[in-house]
Design a binder for this molecule. Structure first.
Ligand SMILES: NC(=O)c1ccc[n+]([C@@H]2O[C@H](COP(=O)([O-])OP(=O)(O)OC[C@H]3O[C@@H](n4cnc5c(N)ncnc54)[C@H](OP(=O)(O)O)[C@@H]3O)[C@@H](O)[C@H]2O)c1
Length: 294
């Protein structure tokens, strides 16, 4: 199959390109910084910017399946940009007759009270659903890997703050997934036709909280952290100390921290594991691998 990866130079994109190439697909890799050096030999780089429509000419020609991995969290007006870019891509994929699109979105256990980041991820789902292709949406919570913005925040916090005063949302349930498992689901669903037009949650084998994830990460580094939830601390206030405690760009860290109030666990009725069973990696192993930079 000829497969397009939108956002191919990102944390998920680079690994997905490699996995699709290994699986024998012809891969076109799109982003603003796509170049031959970024990808394995044989992968076709396509440098373009969703903000510049002319740069998208020919992007979707002869493409069977496209993965959409774009977000604009680094911008103040990320919701508006994400809406506009998703519409531009959906129009271009529809006009070119792309058969299938797969979008990696965010889990939320509370559809009524979404953080701005998760609300924007949901909006992109709706915009893409207007395309003429079959859309499959996978929703994930924290994806654990060395370049993941959300995991880097956890990693940096355990390095820099042995004692943390945090909002009570630190006890929100979350179901992280190792990046290798996320990639397996993304690639293997291509062989499961029943996943066309459907929305699924993906997660690791167990439910955690941000608190227990912080403690696990610290323990894997031979450290201990003391976490004290403080009821009066708002997510907005708590996100301010991220300026000093993580190297992740504040514009990205803040909306991610604000999303901590939403429980993010797999709904058993939407679990992709039923349609696309994989050998799930224990979170402890995924954390260990991420800390080793793999
Ligand atoms: N990481 C997680 O823990 C996690 C969890 C749940 C869901 N997700 C979802 O997974 C998807 C991928 O996330 P990620 O962590 O891989 O993100 P990422 O590392 O930030 O990658 C984003 C990609 O989008 C490209 N991009 C951004 N703006 C662009 C534009 N205007 N035109 C063309 N390319 C553009 C970037 O490349 P350039 O900057 O070079 O253009 C990059 O390749 C997102 O939909 C995210 O919501 C991620």
């Amino acid at each position: 199959m000829r497969v397009l990866v939108m956002g191919a130079t990102g944390f998920i994109g680079r690994r997905l390109v490699r996995a699709l190439d290994d699986a024998g697909h012809d891969v076109v890799a799109f982003s603003r910084s796509a170049s031959e050096e970024s990808f394995p030999e044989g992968v076709e780089p396509f440098e373009g910017d969703l903000g510049e429509p002319d740069s998208l000419d020919g992007l979707c020609d002869d493409i069977d399946v496209a993965y959409y991995l774009i977000h604009s969290l680094t911008s103040e007006n990320f919701a508006e940009l994400d809406r506009r870019y998703a519409r531009r891509f959906a129009d271009s994929a529809s006009a070119a007759g792309v058969d299938r699109v797969v979008y990696l979105s965010g889990i939320s256990g509370d559809e009524e009270n979404l953080s701005p980041h998760l609300a924007s991820r949901r909006e992109v789902e709706s915009v893409l659903a207007e395309g003429s292709f079959d859309l499959t949406v996978l929703r994930a919570a924290v994806i654990i890997g060395p370049e993941s913005a959300s995991f880097r925040i956890v990693d940096d916090l355990t390095d820099r703050l042995p004692l943390m005063l945090v909002p009570k949302w630190v006890r929100t349930p979350c179901q992280p997934i190792g990046v290798d498992d996320a990639i397996s689901y993304l690639v293997e669903l291509l062989d499961a036709d029943e996943t066309r037009g459907e929305t699924y949650d993906i997660g690791g084998p167990s439910v955690w909280s941000y608190e227990s994830l912080l403690k696990l990460t610290a323990a894997e580094k031979g450290k201990r952290v003391f976490i004290v939830p403080v009821p009066v601390m708002t997510p907005g206030l708590s996100s301010h100390w991220l300026r000093f405690t993580t190297d992740v760009q504040y514009a990205i860290a803040r909306p991610l921290a604000e999303s901590m109030r939403n429980p993010v666990t797999v709904d058993p009725e939407m679990d992709l594991q039923d349609a696309v069973p994989i050998d799930q990696t224990p979170i402890k192993d995924a954390v260990r691998k991420a800390l080793a930079g793999a």
